[in-house]
Design a protein around this ligand. Structure first.
Ligand SMILES: CN(C)C(=N)NCCC[C@H](N)C(=O)O
Length: 277
């Protein structure tokens, strides 16, 4: 059972973000994108910058990836790779429109001297992979169904040497794992069961009996697309109900407004890749 008012301790994180300088909704590759809805790019940059400042204000280190013209989704930096124990499993995007982002991420990691494993299989980085370091000795949770393909789960396990648990996503609104599930500390998660197949829900119940459970309203507000340092949970300001549940479980919700970036089908977590040494 989660103990109410339990004290939570933050752990300093290193993140990677990419400014939405070229952000636009020019194509629709997920149900949230509508090319007829206008996007205010200046506002997107302001909201993104506020998110970056929030992370820095919490004591975290934020690296920046240089945005590239013609790659309007590059702001969703979480999709460019998955980093565990100092090793990077690179991304291979499902949609042609985003394919070139993978090379930019690869170049960043190489320049920084990370061990990089080039993927053969389709996978969208932290969009579909989550890491829970103290759960069962260090567990990777991996989504499939819309973007990342199952063979990538086995490839990630070989690349990173940590067990990978495959979870099937069944609702196109929650097309990446990170809109349906997030690690809230080193051993626990929050998730929306309705985004997963019945069998995957059973797996999650078995592995995480103390998980915080979110509902459709929390998920639709992009509440699960969050980052947590183990104590402070940075999440979309629209997810007020989920913020309440996390507070009741002893975490400190830190709401941020990211309405412009929601138009591309992403929120807090999508903008942030965690670099785990
Ligand atoms: C929260 N999610 C789903 C992410 N991890 N990334 C957002 C990607 C958005 C982009 N337009 C796309 O559809 O790929």
């Amino acid at each position: 059972m989660v103990t109410v008012n339990q004290q939570r301790f933050p752990r300093k994180r290193t993140y990677l973000m990419c400014s939405p300088d070229y952000f636009a909704v020019e194509y629709a590759i997920n149900p949230w994108m509508d090319v007829t809805t206008p996007v205010d790019r200046d506002l997107a940059v302001k909201q993104w910058d506020r998110l970056r400042e929030t992370l820095v204000g919490l004591g975290h280190e934020v690296h920046l990836l240089t945005p590239e013209q013609g790659l309007p989704d590059m702001v969703y930096a979480a999709n460019g790779g998955f980093v565990v124990d100092g090793s990077v499993y690179g991304a291979r995007f499902k949609h042609e429109q985003r394919a070139a982002e993978a090379a930019a991420h690869h170049a960043f990691y190489e320049a920084q001297g990370w061990r990089f494993i080039a993927p053969s299989e389709t996978n969208e980085g932290e969009g579909d992979f989550a890491y829970v370091p103290e759960a069962h000795g260090g567990l990777i949770l991996a989504g499939h169904g819309f973007r990342t393909e199952i063979p990538a789960h086995a490839e990630a396990q070989e690349a990173l040497g940590r067990p990978v648990v495959s979870l099937r996503l069944i609702d196109p609104r929650f097309y990446h794992l990170d809109v349906a599930l997030a690690a809230i500390d080193d051993e626990n998660i929050v998730y929306f069961p309705g985004a997963f197949s019945a069998a995957s829900q059973r797996v999650l119940t078995q592995l995480f009996p103390d998980a915080v459970i979110a509902d459709d309203e929390d998920a639709m507000a992009f509440g699960l697309n969050l980052v947590s340092d183990g104590a402070n949970v940075v999440l979309n300001s629209e997810a007020t109900r989920l913020a309440g549940k996390l507070k009741a479980a002893g975490y400190t919700p830190v709401p941020v407004e990211l309405a412009e970036l929601k138009k591309g089908g992403g929120s807090v977590k999508c903008c942030i890749a965690e670099l785990r040494h």
